[in-house]
Structure formats: structure tokens, C-alpha cells
Design a protein around this ligand. Structure first.
Ligand SMILES: Cc1ncc(COP(=O)(O)O)c(C=O)c1O
Length: 372
């Protein structure tokens, strides 16, 4: 594929540092809770604007630990259906009951009316996802709705490393933030996750859960944990990649700007406005196709004829086989928005010229479809 959708990037300098640092790690014989995990956490807490960051083996682990901390057992947790499936899986892993909420197509976040409607006496909290890296400009309403109803707010910022709105950082709005370093993510450690919070008790809980539930005071096992920590090898990769976060996010912002400029006034294509007070970090750049456009056919043409890999943001969670019983018929905006979404290649190896060429091809192919 000439233009893959996502591609992890390590600059030559970054690779050199990793090689040198990795040698130290291997030589030290210490693969747990060493210098790199600590440095990664300290620097990541700065990126998220929180007092603490706890490194973990995956983002799904971060979700699960946070949900266990809030003791969601047999309680309802509001989750967007328009997100990655493990937001729902983690609720089950923690013993809770997921209740799916519809999407606002303009923010790619919660539809506020549906969110309000689905709060019940059994609701413990909500998982608020910054899909594609955009923080909803309705954030104040989402947080106050949660606060007014005594609900915890768990931000899933897996797509939003370094995103801001009104100067506030993704991962610092709610009670807890979670991040993924899965290989396609803006910053990656191979696989990995991070939990961010200002709550010292939650930080300690996560630190204990990630090492079999061993209490930090008594060294006895007093809770059901697992080996959920991030080892030094991945922490070394993640830390070195984090040092280049500004360059990576800057490049993604530049490329997203090219797509937005070129595709905002094209037949059959809609783009989301960027709120002037927001700086998404652009994990993905999604455009939206007019209902008359055949999305699957367009993706096939882009791939087969032009080497452009493109996909929808996700399939709605309630349309995945394992979660079909969560479809209560109220999630239509999620289905429609995701079905007509088209994520374009966005990573460090996509140049401005590539983005110009891709925009032109996409616009031409959409126009060609509509004129036949
Ligand atoms: C929004 C979102 N939440 C959670 C996850 C799960 O993270 P991980 O794969 O690190 O477990 C991912 C990605 O993989 C994601 O995109």
C-alpha cells in the first residue's frame, strides 16, 4: 500500500537513543519499575496535566483498573457505542453493566439528550471518549451532568495524546484518564497504557493492582490484581517516543489542516469544523460522506487503484457480534455517523504533498461516483 492509514514513527535520533537506552536496560537486569517507567510516567503526567500517571500493559487494563476502583459491580456505566469495543469489555471485566449512549455527529462524543435519558438510579459513572482526538466542545455540560448526578467521569483519551480545549488537557477533565499506546496510536510503546489522575488513592490502587494486588503497606496481596505493569523494555520505547510528542502532534496537525482545507467544499463530502478553542492531536482525520456515496466501493477504489488505505472510524459497538444484545434501537446516529465516516492516512510518513494528492484523489472519486 502506497499510503497506509497508520504507521508508527521513530526518528533516526529516537531509534539511536532507544538502542543505547535499551542496552542499559538489558545490562541492568532490572525489567520492572525502573528508571524508564518512572521517567515515562513523570513526563506523561505533564502531557496530561495531572498530578500522577501510572504506566500499565495496555489501555484496556487502565480502563479495567479505573472501573474496579469505582466499584461498578452490578452498577450501570454509560459508554458511547461509537468507540473502540474494549470500553464495553472493560465494564464487563469490572463486573458492571454497560449502557450504550448515542453519538452527536458534530462532536463525535455523547449525544447529551440521550446521555441524560439513560442516567438511572443504578448509574455509577460514564466513560467519555475523545474519538479521533477531538475533545467535545460540550465538555462543560458533560462534566456538570455527571457531577449533578454523582457520577464518576472516566475519560478515555486513547485517541487524544496531548489534545487540548480551552487550554485544558485530555486526561485531566474527569476523575481519571486512560491512554493506549497500541501500535497505531499517536504515541506507541509497542503496546502499553497509562492511567492519569489527581487522586492519590486511585494512583495507589492502580500501582497495587498492576502487581498482583500487592498492598504497598503490608506487602500482602489484599486485592485481585494481575501482572498489569509496563515493563522497562516498553517503557524505554514509550519514554523516548514521548520526547518527540510535539513534533509528532505538530505534523499530524499540519496534515489534518491540508485535508480540511482541500475537502471542506467538495461535492458529497462533509468535514467537521475545528472549534477555535481546541487543539486536537489528530490520532485520525475523518471526513464524512453524503448518503448517496457508496463508502465500501469508494474505499475499494482508493485502495485498489490508488494505494490509499482508508476506513470508517469504527463499526458501532452494538453491531459487533458479541455485543448485539446491547442494541436497544436508540443508537441510530452512531450507526449513521460511523458508516459514512472515512479516515484518511495520517502519520509522520504522509507529507504535505501526499496529503494534497490524497485529497484530490478522494474528491475526484467521490465526484465521479455521484456523477454516474
Ligand atoms: C478509544 C480506545 N479505547 C481503548 C483502547 C484499548 O487500548 P489497548 O489496545 O491499549 O488495550 C483503544 C485502542 O486500542 C482505543 O482506541
Amino acid at each position: 500500500m502506497k499510503y497506509p492509514l497508520a504507521k508508527p514513527f521513530f526518528s533516526a535520533e529516537c531509534r539511536k537513543r532507544i538502542a543505547e537506552n535499551m542496552d542499559q536496560v538489558l545490562e541492568s537486569g532490572n525489567l520492572m519499575f525502573g528508571e524508564y517507567a518512572k521517567s515515562f510516567e513523570a513526563r506523561f503526567a505533564e502531557l496530561a496535566g495531572t498530578s500522577y500517571a501510572v504506566s500499565l500493559n495496555t489501555g484496556t487494563t487502565a480502563l479495567t483498573i479505573a472501573l474496579k476502583y469505582f466499584d461498578v459491580s452490578d452498577k450501570e456505566v454509560l459508554v458511547p457505542s461509537g468507540s473502540f469495543v474494549t470500553d464495553v469489555s472493560a465494564v464487563y471485566f469490572a463486573g458492571g453493566v454497560p449502557v450504550l449512549v448515542d453519538m452527536n455527529p458534530e462532536t463525535l462524543s455523547f449525544d447529551l439528550e440521550d446521555l441524560k435519558r439513560k442516567i438511572s438510579p443504578r448509574t455509577a459513572g460514564l466513560i467519555w471518549v475523545h474519538l479521533t482526538g477531538i475533545i467535545s466542545n460540550q465538555y462543560a455540560d458533560i462534566i456538570s451532568l455527571a457531577r449533578d448526578n454523582g457520577l464518576f467521569v472516566l475519560e478515555d483519551a486513547s485517541h487524544a495524546h496531548g489534545s487540548t480545549i480551552d487550554g485544558k488537557r485530555a486526561g485531566s477533565f474527569g476523575d481519571v484518564g486512560v491512554f493506549s499506546f497500541y501500535p497505531t496510536k499517536t504515541l506507541t510503546s509497542g503496546t502499553g497504557g497509562m492511567l492519569t489522575t489527581d487522586d492519590e488513592c486511585l494512583k495507589q490502587f492502580a500501582e497495587e493492582m498492576r502487581i498482583f494486588g500487592k498492598s504497598s503497606d503490608s506487602a500482602s496481596i489484599d486485592k485481585l490484581g494481575n501482572d498489569w505493569f509496563m515493563d522497562e523494555i516498553r517503557a524505554c520505547v514509550g519514554y523516548n517516543q514521548l520526547l518527540e510528542a510535539d513534533a509528532q502532534i505538530g505534523h499530524r496537525t499540519l496534515i489534518a489542516g491540508v485535508y480540511r482545507k482541500n475537502l471542506s467544499n467538495q461535492l458529497g463530502i462533509f468535514v467537521l469544523d475545528k472549534a477555535p478553542n481546541s487543539e486536537p492531536s489528530y490520532y485520525q482525520y475523518a471526513i464524512f460522506l453524503d448518503g448517496r456515496v457508496d463508502g465500501p466501493a469508494l474505499r475499494k477504489t482508493l485502495s485498489d487503484q490508488h494505494g490509499i488505505q482508508a476506513k470508517t472510524i469504527y463499526r458501532a459497538t452494538h453491531q459487533e457480534t458479541v455485543f448485539k444484545d446491547l442494541d436497544d434501537g436508540t443508537l441510530k446516529q452512531t450507526e449513521e455517523t460511523l458508516d459514512c465516516s472515512l479516515c484518511l492516512p495520517l502519520h509522520m510518513a504522509i507529507s504535505v504533498e501526499d496529503a494534497e494528492a490524497i485529497s484530490k484523489i478522494v474528491a475526484d472519486e467521490v465526484r465521479a461516483q455521484l456523477s454516474t
